[in-house]
Design a protein around this ligand. Structure first.
Ligand code: AMP
Length: 113
């Protein structure tokens, strides 16, 4: 597992910064967002550090976070939810450890705007 000392989400994986975990296994960690944008807002990350969607070439990471999102939905018995990946600061990425947002519990407009 690759970790970065100064990465907030690597610290959550390591347990040195607290988070409200939904689940964790050897590959992924899922935890509630501290600034939720929906009644249910969970972040799903690979335990291995990778900065962003664009900077990741390992298909295993993609599989892990998307399968992890499904696991969260099933664990929380959600059938309607939105998955979001922000890539780059201009698109709203503020933490540079690739993560999927899973949001649910309210209506979502499309186009998102
Ligand atoms: P993004 O803006 O796509 O990079 O998403 C980063 C998300 O991480 C934001 O929605 C933040 O609210 C969330 N966040 C920041 N710090 C923490 C933390 N310590 N625990 C949980 N979520 C966090």
């Amino acid at each position: 597992m690759t970790t970065l000392e100064n990465c907030l989400f690597c610290k959550i994986v390591a347990g040195t910064i607290p988070a409200q975990l939904v689940f964790q296994d050897e590959d992924i960690t899922a935890f509630y967002d501290v600034n939720p944008q929906a009644p249910v807002h969970v972040l799903i990350i690979a335990n291995t550090h990778t900065a962003s969607h664009l900077e990741t070439d390992d298909p295993t990471i993609y599989a892990q976070v998307l399968a992890g999102a499904k696991k969260v939905a099933q664990q929380l018995t959600l059938t309607d939810y939105r998955l979001v990946i922000n890539n780059g600061a201009g698109a709203g990425q503020s933490v540079f450890h690739l993560h999927v947002h899973l949001m649910a519990g309210r209506p979502f407009a499309w186009p998102a705007g």
